[in-house]
Write a protein that binds this ligand. Structure first.
Ligand SMILES: *Cc1c(COP(=O)(O)O)cnc(C)c1O
Length: 398
């Protein structure tokens, strides 16, 4: 038998972390990595943050799980906080980002069903989008590596170019339920929606009675310097999927909606065994305590601006390798020149310079540090990146 006990769907690298300390990961042999990947935008507070670890330990000892058949003082309290801090009126808790997007899609379809328009079931999504790995969420992406061999996928999805308002407008028809997009595409290459695009989609939604569904699983939860990225556009969604940072490493997600958009989600229409259990709510509340503390988000904005400036300053010294910096807040992408490969450079930084980043589409190195980084971590990141750029051999075209 040659298949590994862990199903071999990930090309796992040689970093084998066994401990985390703040912004560092420590491997099996004691080697230290500066973690500017954060479990792909998950470990908002870094590793071993005392507020989060204590909340989880205390709640685990008090009450870990009960069924959603019972009343949930913990869920009610945390949902109330999310509602008070956002556009939303109601929240469904999930265990992952894909499930949050699934709930968002179901909520949108049920809205039109409740309005007597069950034919309005189609979701328009966008090129280079990533919404998760369930059958529903891979149906909302056009990327062959995620779709091939899993057909037939869910009908009712249409994929159009990102940041192309005309293409989006042209695709609306009588069957459209809504638009689904990431305000800042993550896996696709750290590409922010343009102001005109997001604002234009909102206007199209209002004009045609369709719903704006935002996937802020990666760009949300303070990552871009506001609680959610859409706040910086002055655009309000009807439904939003949240996960990754919300639990700071505890697996959880949430689907947020306005009262109007959630009108079809009545008793019995949806559910989850684990979703919103007391342990998850304790983790979520602890993360939110930190993120909502006065000055925290301003600090993220300021830190993001300093990291960005430092990266931009570095570009001219390595202009054979680096093309540009993109992104918002602490969700940054370093786009490489076509002659270099982002995956190889990420591996080089990891294996030879102790710096963890993540590659993304469009030849981008994603830089997603914990939101609690300090000046010293910025300096260290840029030093390691520069050293990495110096020692990285860009293959000369044959
Ligand atoms: C990671 C991600 C998801 C999927 O989240 P999982 O927790 O892996 O299911 C969905 N949307 C976006 C934008 C993501 O970055």
């Amino acid at each position: 038998m040659s298949i590994t006990p862990l199903m071999p769907v990930y090309p796992r690298c040689d970093v084998r972390p066994v401990r985390g300390e703040g912004c560092y990961l420590i491997g099996e042999r004691g080697e230290r990595y500066l973690d500017f990947a954060s479990g792909i935008a998950v470990n908002l507070l870094g590793h071993g943050h005392p507020v989060l670890t204590k909340a989880i330990a205390d709640q685990a000892a008090t009450l870990m799980h009960v069924s959603n058949l019972y009343g949930s003082p913990q869920g009610e309290a945390f949902a109330r906080r999310l509602v008070d801090a956002t556009f939303a009126d109601t929240v469904f808790f999930t265990n992952s980002g894909a499930e949050a997007v699934e709930c968002a899609i179901k909520t949108a379809r049920r809205y039109h069903y409740a309005n007597g328009n069950p034919h309005r079931h189609k979701i328009i999504s966008f090129d280079n989008a990533f919404h998760g790995r369930t059958l529903g969420t891979i149906s909302a992406t056009s990327q062959p590596k995620m779709r091939d061999g899993f057909e037939p996928l869910l009908p009712g999805f249409d994929v159009v170019p990102f940041n192309d308002l005309e293409a989006a407008a042209a695709r609306i028809d009588d069957n459209t339920a809504g638009f689904l997009l990431e305000p800042v595409q993550g896996e696709g290459g750290v590409t922010p929606a343009t102001q005109d695009f997001l604002q234009g989609l909102r206007a199209l939604c209002d004009e045609h009675g369709v719903l704006l569904i935002l996937d802020e699983v990666q760009c949300g939860y303070g990552r871009t310097g506001t609680f959610f990225a859409h706040e910086q556009y002055g655009v309000i969604p009807d439904i939003m999927a949240v996960a990754k940072g919300i639990g700071g490493g505890f697996p959880m997600g949430a689907c947020l909606a306005t009262e109007e958009a959630a009108k079809g989600m009545v008793f019995g229409t949806h559910g989850s065994t684990y979703g919103g259990n007391p342990l998850a709510m304790a983790a979520g509340s602890a993360v939110m305590d930190v993120v909502m503390a006065p000055g925290f988000l301003d600090q993220v904005k300021a830190t993001g601006a300093r990291l960005r400036a430092a990266l931009e300053q570095m570009i001219p010294n390595h202009d054979d390798l680096f093309a540009e910096v993109r992104g918002m807040g602490l969700m940054l992408g370093l786009k490489l020149k076509d002659s270099a490969d982002a995956r190889s450079f990420v591996a080089h930084l990891r294996d030879h310079h102790g710096l963890l980043t993540v590659s993304a589409g469009q030849n981008v190195v994603r830089i997603l540090p914990p939101l609690v980084i300090e000046e010293s971590h910025i300096t260290e990141c840029v030093e390691r990146l520069s050293a990495g750029a110096r020692s990285f051999a860009v293959p000369v075209a044959a």
